[in-house]
Write a protein that binds this ligand. Structure first.
Ligand code: FAD
Length: 430
């Protein structure tokens, strides 16, 4: 059995940390886990309150994240192309070794030790994939080094005041100039995470008629006419949610990502990793709530005994624990499936399952934050002290449930995708 690591409190860390056997993890993953935990302790702990006040980590810290090897895996998710392997990668892992389990461990540990700083990477998580998958080699060569070195930041701008779940309905226009050298962009985007400090906006625009086929994706630099303003929302300020207005923004035509008319497809294929990533966040948030509630219930006395000695309280932990273990297993099995399929096959076969996983993750996190908050009594409502982490996670639950596809929309999508696969399987049997 491998050496035990992390908390000894039940369910505070995944079972494999305690040395229990797992079909997935080996020494390569242990190295990354230990490295990220130490990195967050050395670089984040103690600074979060100050950064939270300004809603941004300092630029030199963000650039250090690049030098220490965090930004490359964050931008590339479960696969790091060899051509970017000369950039530093967390724990010295080689580009060709990096996979979906590394991605999971990296985020799980970042959410555990550095949850607020994690929100500063969201723009990179969702904005970089269309660039690396669909942009021309010349555009990638120009932009990726800037964002992988931490000198520039990127975000994803899809949603508009009148088009959220219904992505096909966007109205922001990009009209080609008569000489074909530029697009002139006009419109508005809403709820854009990290927008306020981003240098590049990966933006869906309308280059053609109504509907999906008229949509394209354009990388818009912070040019004259692009005006971001912060939206105040509940939860952490580090997400830097932003309203963006485009007024006659003149964008060079070579900033088109992929083909004109491809914007809807690129947007949809981008969602799967974002949804999986939200599930990672929900899982670690749930573990943190359970851990703090457990610590409290083991010492708080009421009616002559500690709270954990009350069978009703143990039942509550039992209900939380079964959901955490179930979520951990579902995430791991989905990653395993993705690791054993091509990107195209994974998107086709696992898009619906990923949507349902994201829904489940939000429901689990909401349940556990709520139960933990109740177990803390008044302490669950205070922003400082022993209930502070639970209070903060409970406040941020809607940011797991609405972005990346809201619960109702994803439940519907998950079932529609399953029916589609079932119909295709039936047809193949005939
Ligand atoms: C904190 C935060 C960060 C975000 N970050 C980004 C970002 O970085 N980039 C970006 O582009 N967007 C971002 N978003 C936008 C997010 O993706 C949208 O809010 C989300 O897609 C829902 O869109 P909407 O708010 O317009 O709600 P609507 O689309 O109006 O939906 C509202 C509700 O109506 C119901 N509903 C709608 N359609 C259906 C349907 N077909 N079936 C059943 N029920 C339905 C659901 O209950 C849904 O929750 C962010 C949002 C938040 C809150």
């Amino acid at each position: 059995m491998p050496k035990a690591f992390g908390s000894t409190s039940p369910w505070a860390d995944p079972a494999w940390y305690s040395g229990r056997p797992s079909p997935y993890y080996n020494a390569r993953y242990v190295k990354l886990r230990d490295w990220v935990r130490k990195w967050t302790e050395d670089n984040v702990v103690g600074n979060e309150e100050e950064w939270e006040k300004v809603g941004k980590i300092p630029d030199d810290v963000y650039e250090k994240c690049a030098r220490d090897g965090l930004l490359v895996p964050i931008a590339f998710g479960n696969r790091i192309p060899r051509e970017w392997g000369h950039y530093p990668i967390a724990a010295g892992i080689k580009a060709e070794e990096w996979n979906g389990f590394h991605d999971f461990i990296l985020w799980d540990e970042l959410f555990r030790g550095a949850s607020s700083i994690s929100s500063q990477f969201i723009g990179l998580v969702v904005g970089a994939p269309p660039l690396k998958q669909y942009a021309s080699p010349a555009l990638q060569k120009k932009i990726l080094p800037e964002i992988l070195s931490g000198k520039k930041r990127i975000c994803l701008a899809i949603t508009e005041p009148s088009a959220g779940s219904d992505v096909r309905n966007i109205t922001t226009t990009a009209e080609k100039t008569p000489d074909g050298k530029h697009y002139i962009v006009n419109g508005e985007k809403k709820w854009i995470t990290n927008g306020i400090f981003s240098d590049y906006f990966m933006t869906t625009v309308r280059t053609g008629g109504a509907g999906a086929s008229g949509m394209s994706m354009l990388l818009i630099p912070r040019l004259p006419g692009l005006k971001p303003r912060k939206i105040e929302i509940g939860g952490s300020s580090m997400g830097a949610t932003t309203y963006v207005t485009f007024e006659d923004v003149k964008v060079p035509a070579e900033y088109l990502v992929g083909q004109e008319g491809g914007g809807f497809k690129y947007t949809m294929s981008n969602f799967n990793h974002e949804r999986l990533w939200i599930a990672f966040q929900a899982l670690r948030g749930s573990r943190i709530c359970l851990e703090d509630a457990m610590t409290w219930c083991q010492k708080r006395e009421a009616f002559g005994k500690t709270l954990i000695e009350q069978p009703v309280v143990r039942h509550k932990f039992g209900h939380m624990a079964r959901q955490i273990d179930g979520l951990q297993s579902w995430i791991e099995s989905l990653i395993y499936e993705l690791e054993n399929m091509s990107h195209a096959e994974g998107s086709k076969v696992l898009g619906g399952a990923t949507a349902l996983l994201k829904v489940q993750a939000g429901i689990v996190a909401k349940y556990i934050a709520d139960e933990s908050q109740k177990l803390m009594g008044g302490l669950g409502l205070t922003k400082t002290g022993q209930g502070a982490r639970i209070e903060s996670i409970a406040r941020a639950i809607p940011t797991l449930i609405v972005p990346g596809g809201s619960e109702d929309v994803l439940l519907d999508l998950g079932v529609r995708e399953a029916l589609k696969l079932s119909a295709a399987a039936k047809k193949a049997k005939l």
